[in-house]
Design a protein around this ligand. Structure first.
Ligand code: AMP
Ligand code: ZN
Length: 496
C-alpha cells in the first residue's frame, strides 16, 4: 500500500505526509463568517475537509481539528476599510451583533449536521480570543513588523519581506504586488498599500469594540486564525486548510503574522486548498446571486433547481469531484450522482444479504481491492477514484448474487467491512438511510426497538424456565424472518 501523499499548496507538489508528532495531527480550517445563511459553496469546502479529517482518523491518526467561527473583524468587501459584516446586519436589523452571530452559527451547525459533516474538536471564536490577539500584536510590534498610526496597528509587509519571503503561497512577487496596487487615496493610515490591519481603532458608531493598549478598537480579520491556530495547535503544526479564495490575502497574511509573532520560519507544514463550487463556471457566492441555501436545494425551491435532492445525494455529488478541482453545479450532474448513489446503496444491500461457501474464490482478490481503496485516498484524498473503485466492486457483488461466481463467507464479510469502512466512515455517506424518508427511518427504528424488547422478554422467560412462552416468542419472530441466536453472552438476533 502506498503511504499518504498530500498536495501541498505551498510547494505546489504532492508530498509524503509526515506528521510532526505522530500519531497526533493538528489541522486548522478557516470557518465561516456568521453574518448570513451558509450557501452550498461553503458546504463544499467544509465537506472536503470533513473527508480529510475522517480519513486521517480512519488510518489511525489522532486529529485535533480546529475550525473557527469568524464573529468579528471581517469587513464588507474583504478589505481593511468599511463596515464589519456582522455589525452591518446588526445595525440594519436593529439587533445585537451577538444575536446575528448566534442565529447564523446555529444555522451553520444545522447545515453541517444535515450533510453529516462532523463537528471539529475545537470551534473557537474570534471574539473569545481578543486578549490573545492583543498579545500577538504586541509581539509583532516588538519584533519590528508592525507600526501604530492613530490608534490602529498595521503589519508592515515591506519590513517583513526584508527578513522572510512574502507571497510564496499565492505565488505573488512583492515588487509586482507593489506595482499593481493603487496608491492609497488618503483615506487610510497605512504606510504602504500592501500593509494590512492587525488592530483598527473604532469610534462610537462601531458596535463591536474592545479596549487595547492602542485605544478602543477591534482586531483585523486575518489575525484571529493565526492566533487561534497557534494557541490550540502550537507554533508549528501539520495542516492548514480553507477555500482556494482565501489563499490571498488571508492565508498569505496569516503566514506573515505567525512568523512575525513567533519568528518560526515554517509554522505550517501542509497547506490544503479546496476548490470552488461554481454555477455555469462562475463561483457560487452570495454577492453573485447564484448561491442557494441547502434548504432550497433539498426542497427544490429555487429557480436553478428542477427539483429537490437529498442531502446524501448532494454529498455524493461533491465527493465525485476531487477537492482540488472546481465543481460545476447542474441538475444533470446531481441526477447522475443520485443514480450512482442508489447503485452503491443497492450494492451494499445486496452484499449484506449474500451468503457464501467455505472455499475462498481464488480469482477474487479482496486484499488487492482493499488496497486500491486505500491507494485512492492515499493519493491526495482522491475520492472520485475511490468511488470508481467501489463501483467496480459492485460487479463482483452482483455476479455473486446472480450465482455467476461464488465467494466464501469470509470473503463476503471482508468485502462488507471494506464497503462500510469506506462508504460510511471515510466518505461519510449514510447509505442505509440515504433514500428513506424520515418516517421510514423512524418506522425502522421502532421495529428494531420492538424486536429488542421481545428478545429481552424471551430471555427473562428463559431465566424463569418458562420454556413454552420463550419458544412462542421465538416462533413469532421467525415468522417475520427474525432469527435468534443464543450464546453464553446472551441472545442476539438477525433479519434474513
Ligand atoms: P466565508 O464565510 O465567506 O468566510 O467562507 C467560508 C468558507 O467557504 C471559506 O473557506 C471559503 O473559501 C468557502 N467558500 C466560499 N464560497 C465558496 C464556493 N463557491 N465554493 C467552495 N467554497 C467556498
Ligand atoms: Zn482564516
Amino acid at each position: 500500500m502506498q503511504p499518504l501523499y498530500i498536495h501541498n499548496s505551498l510547494s505546489r507538489k504532492k508530498e509524503l505526509f509526515e506528521a510532526i508528532n505522530p500519531p497526533h495531527v493538528g489541522m486548522y480550517v478557516c470557518g465561516p463568517t456568521v453574518y448570513s445563511n451558509v450557501h452550498l459553496g461553503n458546504v463544499r469546502t467544509f465537506l472536503s475537509f470533513d473527508v480529510i479529517y475522517r480519513y486521517l482518523e480512519f488510518i489511525g491518526y489522532k486529529v485535533r481539528y480546529v475550525r473557527n467561527i469568524t464573529d468579528v473583524g471581517h469587513l464588507v468587501g474583504d478589505t481593511d476599510e468599511g463596515e464589519d459584516k456582522i455589525g452591518k446586519i446588526a445595525r440594519l436589523q436593529k439587533i445585537e451583533p451577538m444575536e446575528v452571530v448566534q442565529k447564523y452559527t446555529n444555522d451553520f451547525h444545522d447545515v453541517m449536521r444535515v450533510f453529516n459533516i462532523l463537528p471539529p474538536s475545537i470551534e473557537p471564536t474570534a471574539t473569545g480570543h481578543i486578549i490573545e490577539q492583543i498579545s500577538s500584536i504586541k509581539k509583532i510590534i516588538e519584533n519590528g513588523y508592525a507600526y501604530l498610526v492613530n490608534g490602529s496597528v498595521y503589519f508592515s509587509v515591506r519590513k517583513f519581506s526584508e527578513d522572510y519571503p512574502y507571497g510564496e503561497l499565492s505565488g505573488r512577487k512583492i515588487d509586482e504586488l507593489m506595482n499593481n496596487t493603487r496608491d492609497l487615496d488618503g483615506q487610510s493610515d497605512k504606510r504602504d498599500p500592501l500593509d494590512f490591519a492587525l488592530w483598527k481603532n473604532a469610534d462610537d458608531s462601531h458596535l463591536m469594540r474592545w479596549p487595547s493598549p492602542w485605544g478602543i478598537g477591534f482586531p483585523g480579520w486575518h489575525l484571529e486564525c493565526s492566533v487561534m491556530s497557534t494557541k490550540y495547535l502550537g507554533e508549528e503544526f501539520d495542516i492548514h486548510g480553507g477555500g482556494m479564495d482565501l489563499k490571498f490575502p488571508h492565508h498569505e497574511c496569516e503566514i506573515a503574522q505567525n512568523i512575525g509573532a513567533n519568528k518560526n520560519p515554517n509554522p505550517i507544514r501542509y497547506w490544503i486548498h479546496g476548490n470552488m463550487l461554481t454555477v455555469n463556471g462562475r463561483k457560487m457566492a452570495k454577492s453573485e446571486g447564484n448561491g442557494f441555501t441547502p434548504e432550497e436545494l433539498i426542497t427544490g425551491n429555487h429557480k436553478l433547481l428542477e427539483r429537490g435532492y437529498s442531502p446524501m445525494t448532494v454529498r455524493f455529488f461533491m465527493l465525485m469531484g476531487h477537492y482540488a478541482s472546481t465543481l460545476d453545479f447542474s441538475n444533470d450532474a446531481l441526477q447522475a450522482a443520485e443514480k450512482g448513489l442508489k447503485k452503491l446503496c443497492k450494492g451494499i444491500d445486496t452484499l449484506i444479504k449474500l451468503s457464501g461457501g467455505k472455499v475462498p474464490n481464488e480469482n477474487v482478490d479482496i486484499n488487492a481491492f482493499k488496497e486500491k481503496c486505500y491507494n485512492a485516498m492515499n493519493d491526495d484524498f482522491n475520492t472520485p477514484v475511490l468511488i470508481a473503485t467501489l463501483f467496480d466492486g459492485i460487479k463482483t457483488i452482483n455476479a455473486t448474487a446472480e450465482k455467476i461466481i461464488e465467494l466464501s463467507q469470509n470473503q463476503i464479510d471482508q468485502l462488507l467491512k471494506i464497503y462500510v469502512d469506506f462508504v460510511e466512515h471515510v466518505l461519510g455517506i449514510e447509505w442505509d438511510t440515504a433514500f428513506k424518508t424520515e418516517e421510514e427511518v423512524s418506522m425502522i427504528m421502532n421495529e428494531v426497538n420492538l424486536v429488542e424488547q421481545l428478545v429481552n422478554l424471551r430471555s427473562e422467560l428463559k431465566e424463569n424456565k418458562d420454556w413454552d412462552n420463550a419458544d412462542k416468542i421465538r416462533n413469532i419472530l421467525s415468522e417475520f424472518g427474525i432469527t435468534i441466536k443464543d450464546s453464553k453472552e446472551g441472545s442476539t438476533w438477525s433479519h434474513e
